[in-house]
Design a protein around this ligand. Structure first.
Ligand code: SF4
Length: 87
């Protein structure tokens, strides 16, 4: 039996240029936690196998992750629609 994966949500880090009081992850400019390149590569490989209907990349502000441009190209080829957004 196989189960289709509808949404793959990827939190790539906690850095954000905002520091909203309501942020449930306490993201902000001083946060340095970021998904490693090895894990990003593993996520892309998983997405290639699972073929989710939607890949939702979030953080923090995912656009501040240094490897997200390359990773987003890889992930966006795995699903349509593809979303990249702050939480
Ligand atoms: S991730 Fe969203 S809610 Fe959290 S600090 Fe950044 S903008 Fe605000």
């Amino acid at each position: 039996m196989s189960i289709a994966l509808e949404t793959l949500q990827v939190n790539v880090g906690l850095r954000c240029n905002m520091s909203c009081a309501h942020c449930h992850q306490a993201s902000g400019p001083s946060r340095t936690e970021a998904m490693s390149d090895d894990v990003l590569d593993a996520v892309i490989a998983f997405a290639a196998r699972a073929r989710p209907s939607l890949v939702d990349v979030t953080g923090g502000a995912p656009e501040l992750h240094p490897g997200i441009a390359i990773s987003s190209r890889g992930l966006s080829s795995m699903a349509s629609p593809f979303a990249c957004e702050p939480i």
